[in-house]
Design a binder for this molecule. Structure first.
Ligand code: PLP
Length: 456
């Protein structure tokens, strides 16, 4: 019989994170400060604690995971590697489909892998309070969860449309002691400005990040810092535990390196977490197709230019070299709230630019259809973000059937959708539509970055 679940013992958990920066042939472009020159680590210290800034700029290949962080991760890690044989049978594909089940963490996604690490490093640095943004609410829940275990206060700015679409996520944040407000809010100067300019805006991650950073840097006690759930190098680093576990699990069942690796991409962290350890193999000659899957409504990697841009709407972050739709871009209110980000992790962007990754975009309806097929075959209800990866998996498994090839497909099951049922309800009652970003709207949004330093 085929193993459906490949598990590792707690003692087999990876004890180091993998840093892709050590293996890139060409170094990524550095973040720039307001004067257009590369920033120094010191310039980030009002936003992040120094120990995380050191990780952000580190080029060391392996970084030890502190024992106290592992102690917390053992609650749900190592996560199982599962085989989707019921989906395989339904599709009549010769492909073998494996997935890392990150939905089994307490908040229900991959996000606590970095939330726990970030809360721990902040605590070590003497910080008392963290502020953050959240799209779908998975990140907000994860940081509230981590802060409650580690003993920090947590304030979350939740993108307005998700605040309304996913009311249960707010309750989860409150259960773990977090305070959640809808963004744009009247609690920050930038939030008030946006509410005046665009009173009916659904909000965006770019706006929520601005509000959270503003609150952190205006705390004159120096005891508050900001925490980001994706995009930055140290977040990608913390998520690599996913891919490192998967490598051990595939080796246990004597499965060769996957032919295809897939993850949905919002800011890039669940994708990078699974893909980066395998990307190292690809850089060293392995033949693997690695696909970040994003929404057509927010097509950062597939339609945005590679440019310097801000990570937030109020321009408080350094300029990052990344694929971007422009920091003033407000994505349409699709239900995959965690994929509504205008930019993309600089490391993921760099790998796309280097030709190492093959991004694809999927329509909302196709993704919900994939999610429904997943639920009817495998039985689980996935997060709307995860459905983008599943749509891509189905496409690749069907292609393998047509080509008659026994390919190995591995994807990241980034989260469950049990708090996202209102989106499913709308889909089942035919109230959802696709959103194609008109070219004129994209060009209008890109106007805001046309004078930014150019990248070659
Ligand atoms: C379940 C799930 N998957 C994926 C994402 C996308 O984020 P990232 O690209 O950082 O993994 C999110 C973001 O909230 C999420 O909640």
């Amino acid at each position: 019989m085929n193993e459906l679940k490949i598990t590792l013992k707690e003692s087999e958990i990876p004890r180091q994170w993998y840093n892709l920066l050590a293996d890139l042939k060409n170094p990524p472009l550095p973040p720039l400060g307001p004067d257009g020159s590369p920033i120094s680590p010191d310039m980030l210290k009002a936003i992040f604690p120094m120990n995380l800034i050191e990780q952000e700029v580190s080029t060391q290949r392996w970084i030890d995971i502190p024992e106290e962080i592992l102690e917390i991760l053992y609650r749900w890690r190592p996560t199982p590697l599962k085989r989707a044989i019921y989906l395989e049978k339904h599709l009549k594909t010769p492909a073998r489909i494996y997935y890392k089940d990150e939905s089994c963490s307490p908040p229900g996604s991959h996000k606590p892998n970095t939330a726990v690490a970030q809360a721990w490093y902040n605590k070590q640095f003497g910080i008392k309070r963290l502020t953050t943004e959240t799209g779908a609410g998975q990140w907000g829940c994860s940081l509230a969860f981590a802060c409650s275990l580690i003993g920090l206060e947590c304030k979350i700015y939740m993108v307005r449309i998700s605040f309304d679409q996913k009311p249960l996520r707010k309750i989860m944040m409150r259960i773990w002691g977090g305070t959640c407000v809808a963004s744009p809010s009247s609690e920050t100067a930038f939030g008030r400005q946006i509410l005046q300019e665009m009173p009916d805006t659904p909000g965006s991650l770019g706006i929520a990040i601005s509000e959270a950073i503003e609150e952190a840097i205006h705390d004159t006690s120096g005891q508050t810092r900001y925490s980001l759930g994706s995009v930055l190098n140290h977040v990608m680093l913390h998520q690599t535990i996913i891919g490192l576990e998967a490598q051990k699990q595939l080796a246990l069942i004597h499965e060769k390196n996957p032919d295809i690796i897939i993850g949905c991409a919002g800011g890039g962290s669940n994708f990078a977490g699974l893909a980066f350890p395998f990307l190292c193999d690809k850089i060293n000659g392995a033949h693997i197709t690695i696909i970040p899957a994003e929404p057509t409504a927010c097509p950062t990697l597939t339609r945005g230019p590679f440019s310097y841009d801000f990570g937030d709407m109020a321009k408080q972050t350094p300029l990052l070299a990344m694929f971007t739709l422009g920091h003033r871009f407000v994505p349409p209110p699709i239900h995959a709230g965690g994929l509504r980000y205008h930019g993309m992790a600089p490391l993921v962007s760099h790998a796309v630019k280097e030709g190492l990754l093959e991004p694809r975009a999927y329509d909302q309806i196709k993704c919900y259809e994939a999610a429904l097929l997943w639920a009817k075959t495998e039985g689980y209800v996935c997060a709307p973000e995860t459905s983008h990866a599943i749509a891509c998996v189905i496409e690749e498994a069907e292609k393998a059937r047509e080509e008659g090839k026994r390919k190995t497909i591995l994807f990241n099951y980034s989260g469950h959708g049990l708090m996202d049922l209102l989106g499913y309800d709308k889909f089942l009652s035919h109230q959802l539509s696709d959103y194609h970003l008109p070219e004129t709207e994209l060009q209008q949004s890109l106007e805001a970055i046309k004078n930014f330093p150019k990248v070659r």
